[in-house]
Design a protein around this ligand. Structure first.
Ligand code: ADP
Length: 404
């Protein structure tokens, strides 16, 4: 058997044996050490391509027969950029002159380079194997053959691991969704039972002839209020399920923003006053600003945000307003309430998400309002976000497009 055939056989044996006897990291490292020793090169790098496509993460990095810590590096202007997702490349010498912007080649005192791309079974680039040396390459053909043999095995390993990671991530998300759903159900039962208890209780009192007219009127008011609360909860559940199944239809028309806001001001002036809160509305000089949106759904968005602002504010007050910015109108709802910690700024727009946990609940609510609100804003071509800090109040912004 010739020298080349012997190495090929050893490589095949190595792959066959190591594949199932050791864990993944040990497999990459022992393969790198094997290649460094048998192909007599200073450096062996096995890379995985990160999803955004411009950065590689080393899965194994061997320098002078020693395993080094893994690193991330940008592919731009490196020889690896020419390999990743492309072809096997071999630069037998003078590599630094060919890639003058690659500082790593200088640090490594690299003279030569050979790299092979790795593909998954769907033909997507997922990584590469590179060999570098401080002397010119004189056995390029042998190196290419060995690289081609190991590349298939390494690509399978990376692909399998990518699937495994994706499954772990998905499983985590499912567990979190399951936890949120259980919390939602417990919370929802409470939210539904409270008004329902009041409706039943006050109806029984109403049937009791001992009470006078004024008392009975009070009971009727309680039944109406609680009935409306119940209706609101059930409407939220229907809205979110229709939004998520894509069945909710939007009827856009031209809406004069000043008229709409003035209408909203009238409706909330009483509620905020009853809670002892200031309520300021800022109008623009231009009374012709129009947007293209579904009026009922826009009201729903504003009600949700203003209701929340009122609910989570104990002292101080609220301010609402709007501004035209390019092809959008930006609405804002400011409150001086309890505020929202930074790590919740995105999460609160997910269904069932609440900053309060079930054990310390003080404010009530079903955790659907902002999820519905975000869905509606996005369906109408806008965006919603919050700026807030714990104890410092919150400002919710959303945009909606002006007519084209
Ligand atoms: P709900 O108010 O019914 O709990 P939402 O989806 O409307 O559900 O809001 C989700 C969570 O976001 C609330 O439970 C609360 O923790 C937080 N939140 C929303 N608006 C405000 C606000 N203006 N100030 C403080 N926290 C808020």
């Amino acid at each position: 058997m010739g020298k080349d055939d012997k190495l090929l056989t050893e490589t095949l044996m190595f792959i066959a044996q190591k594949g199932w006897t050791i864990n993944e990291q040990a497999f990459y490292d022992s393969l790198s050490l094997f290649l460094a020793k048998n192909l007599n090169v200073a450096y062996v790098i096995i890379d995985k391509l990160l999803p955004e496509g411009n950065t590689a993460e080393t899965l194994s990095f061997v320098a002078f027969d020693e395993v080094k810590s893994n690193v991330f590096y940008p592919l731009k202007n490196t020889p690896c950029e020419n390999v990743m997702g492309r072809n096997l490349c071999c630069y037998v010498g003078n590599i630094q002159a060919l890639f003058p912007d690659d500082a790593m080649l200088v640090d490594m005192k690299a003279e030569s380079y050979i790299g092979i791309p790795l593909w998954d079974t769907k033909g997507t680039p997922i990584g590469l194997i590179a060999l570098l040396d401080t002397k010119p390459i004189d056995n390029a053909t042998e190196m290419e053959t060995i690289l081609q043999v190991v590349a298939v095995r390494v690509a399978h390993e990376i692909e399998r691991n990518n699937y495994e990671q994706a499954l772990i991530e998905k499983n985590k998300k499912l567990q979190e969704a399951d936890r949120l759903k259980s919390a939602f159900l417990a919370n929802m039962s409470h939210e539904i039972r409270t008004p329902l208890n009041s409706i039943v209780g006050f109806s029984e009192l109403l049937a009791d002839s001992d009470f006078d007219e004024a008392q009975k009127n009070f009971f009727i008011q309680q039944i109406i209020t609680n009935g409306n609360n119940l209706l609101a909860i059930i409407s939220d559940i229907m809205d979110i399920s229709m939004l998520e199944s894509g069945e909710l239809k939007i009827c856009k028309k031209l809406i004069n923003v000043q008229n709409l806001i003035s209408n909203i001001e009238k409706q909330f002036a009483y509620l905020t006053k009853a809670k002892g809160l200031e309520f300021k509305v800022t109008y623009q000089d231009n009374d012709e600003i129009v947007i293209h949106a579904d009026e009922d759904r826009l009201r729903q968005i504003l009600y949700n945000l203003i209701n929340n602002a009122t609910k989570f504010t104990i002292s101080g007050g609220l301010e609402i307003g709007y501004k035209q910015e390019y092809n959008f109108v930006k609405f804002y709802i400011v409150d001086s309430g309890i505020g929202i910690p930074a790590e919740y700024h995105d999460k609160i727009f997910d269904r069932f998400r609440q900053v309060e946990d079930a054990n310390t609940r003080k404010y009530g609510g079903n955790g659907l309002g902002l999820a519905i609100t975000r869905n509606l804003v996005e369906l109408m071509g806008g965006r919603i976000w919050v700026e807030s800090a714990l104890g410092k109040g919150s400002t919710f912004y959303f945009t909606l497009p002006t007519p084209a």
